[in-house]
Design a binder for this molecule. Structure first.
Ligand SMILES: Cc1ncc(COP(=O)(O)O)c(C=O)c1O
Length: 336
């Protein structure tokens, strides 16, 4: 039995879904959606708040403010409610309605910004708004998930050791990249482990996190319109990029087997399955991280009209292979 007094005290650490039956490749999905914030962002939020409390930047009359596409905003709303802080989330039009309502239900204040005409895009507009709030009231405390080392340290201290404990013979880890906090925390941990682990970053086509051309991205969570300040590519062995249509296809295929996961899980699964198909690697222990569950995406990824309007009928058709571009980042190029 688990009995808790604060919502952040509970997080499922050991749940994996074996999706070989669904996709025909041996891959275990680490489920990060089973906590009261509903996503992996609980870990980063808890670590960053604790660090700000320790160093004295966060005090009783502070107002927490953060730019988030949603999940970190929910996690911070929850922690702020539990600890008695005020919290303002600055988001944009891509934030799902359910996510926004959840933040408000938890007592968070949500500011939705519109895009900028010249450069910077939605993220630039969000960051400008946060800077304006901080400039006009010194009670505002911006944790800044994009550059805060607590973001990657959370995963170095929790996510990676959890995987290591469950899979002492891990070979490959697939991690979706947004701020790259999850990726960098896991990559730093496994760099000094007792055996080499191939770190494969999964990004969305249209994201410029690892270079490439900017493009339309409608599914929140993964991808960045700037280079992530936390990213150190020397820790990343390979990057695979996934089209959003393939993300939707993977999400829907999982859902038709009874597993309703969030959008970024579809991206990571599509990227990982494509990688496993290309490498033909039998006997490998491969794990991918599933950052959240699917309820927040019912009116987007799982809504036929939304999908048809943006991507046409294609993603609604029968599943197909997992084409994607892959880039090697290190000398670990030999097939495993
Ligand atoms: C659903 C989802 N997936 C993936 C990520 C990316 O995680 P990270 O920011 O650690 O790279 C996020 C981050 O907000 C997310 O909300």
């Amino acid at each position: 039995m688990s009995v808790i007094t604060v919502p952040q005290a509970f997080d499922e650490e050991e749940l994996y879904v074996d999706i070989e039956r669904i996709f025909g490749q041996a891959l275990l999905l680490k489920c990060e959606g089973f906590n009261f914030a509903g996503s992996i962002k609980l870990k980063a939020a808890a670590e960053m708040v604790a660090a700000a409390e320790r160093d004295g930047s966060l005090t009783a009359d502070s107002v927490l403010v953060e730019s988030s596409s949603g999940n970190l905003g929910v996690a911070l709303s929850m922690i702020a409610a539990s600890k008695g802080y005020r919290f303002v989330c600055v988001t944009d039009s891509r934030c799902n309605l359910a996510t926004r309502l959840m933040m408000e239900a938890l007592g968070g204040e949500v500011h939705v910004v519109a895009g900028r005409e010249a450069g910077g895009g939605l993220l630039g507009a969000r960051l400008d708004h946060v800077r304006r709030l901080c400039a006009r009231d010194d009670r505002y405390v911006w944790l800044c998930q994009y550059s805060n080392p607590g973001n990657w340290r959370a995963h170095f201290r929790t996510t990676a050791p959890e995987i290591a404990r469950s899979f002492p013979r891990l070979d490959v880890l697939f991690v979706g990249a947004g701020t790259t906090g999850t990726l960098m925390g896991c990559a730093r941990y496994f760099r000094n482990w007792h055996r080499p682990v191939r770190m494969v970053a999964v990004d969305t086509v249209g994201s410029v996190a690892f270079g490439g051309d900017p493009g339309r991205r409608m599914i929140p969570g993964l991808g960045m319109s700037m280079r992530p300040p936390l990213l150190d590519e020397s820790y990343v062995d390979e990057v695979v990029r996934v089209e959003e249509a393939d993300t939707i296809r993977a999400c829907r295929r999982l859902a038709r087997s009874g597993f309703l996961f969030g959008g970024s899980t579809g991206t990571v699964v599509s990227g990982a399955i494509g990688w496993l198909e290309r490498h033909g690697t039998h006997g490998l222990t491969s794990v991918a991280i599933a950052p959240d569950l699917g309820e927040r995406y019912l009116d987007t990824v799982y809504q036929d009209n939304w999908v048809q309007d943006l991507y046409g009928d294609d993603p609604l058709d029968a599943p197909r292979r997992h084409p994607q571009t892959a880039t090697s980042r290190s000398s670990m190029d030999s097939p495993l």
